[in-house]
Design a protein around this ligand. Sequence first.
Ligand SMILES: [Zn+2]
Length: 317
Amino acid sequence: MTMIDRRAALAMVAAGLASPLRAAPLRYTIDPQLVAPDLWVVRGVDGPIDGANGGAIANISILRTEVGAVLVDCGPSLRYGQQLKTVAEALTGKPVIRVYLTHLHPDHIYGAAAFDRSIVAATPALARSLETLGPSFSDGMYRLLGDWMRGTEFAAPGKVLGEDHETFGDRRLDLYPLAGHSEADLAIMDTTTGMLIAGDLVFHDRAPSTPHADIGRWLASLDRLGTIGHRTVIPGHGPVDPTSSAAIDQTRDWLSWLRETLDRAVAEGLDPVEAGNLPIPERFAVLKAARYELQRSVAHFFSRIEEQTLPRVDLKR
Ligand SMILES: [Zn+2]
């Protein structure tokens, strides 16, 4: 090998080490599964966002109606949104006419960049959150995902949902603006099939993530979802629940355990590392990413609980 060849080879190795994401095949696998008549789910990877999955960890729903295709959530990036649009239109034989955003987390909504803003819809509360938080999330996603995110610009939704349902042809979708997983969560009931598209209010066999959670409000929202008369549930993460309640109950069980466990850890004077290593009950062994999410939840909640339960004596006057 000549000197120049060696230099060139070393430079290539160094470039490869410096940005391993460049070597990734930047194409998402979008494989919709039919879960009810004219309703498909594109399953996300049941793990954390990383350079191998390109951020495609959330479940996306595709509905075919007489007048067009309807999407619930749209993935993490422009590239994902473009691929999703192509797949959804080929699958349904119709143009995409509505894209609902369930909440502000980037794995669900940055694909909106691939669609005309006028068809991208959010509740008033979500639209407000996105105005302040939406643009800053894209920075974090670029850092995590590099080239997967190329060209992704956050665009505010063009349709703010004031109504409690929308009808497309003979398909009526009931809208439930709730909260708890985040400041503004949207759940959607497809009245034709009885499927509840729950966004991240419901996780199934995958531990719930809590970066913007209010556990009390989240539990109240789960109670509300238990009353709407759906048959089956499409969770934000994890497999479709063929029953009306198993995934909702599992999410409630984890959140109740998490709240109790963190409160007790603070009361007993554990530090965050000890709290993150606490044993996880055997019944949660089916939950993917359980340890990862427990440790993240400690990071999200620990200092807040300490402030509430152990107020500083010197500030109490
Ligand atoms: Zn989320």
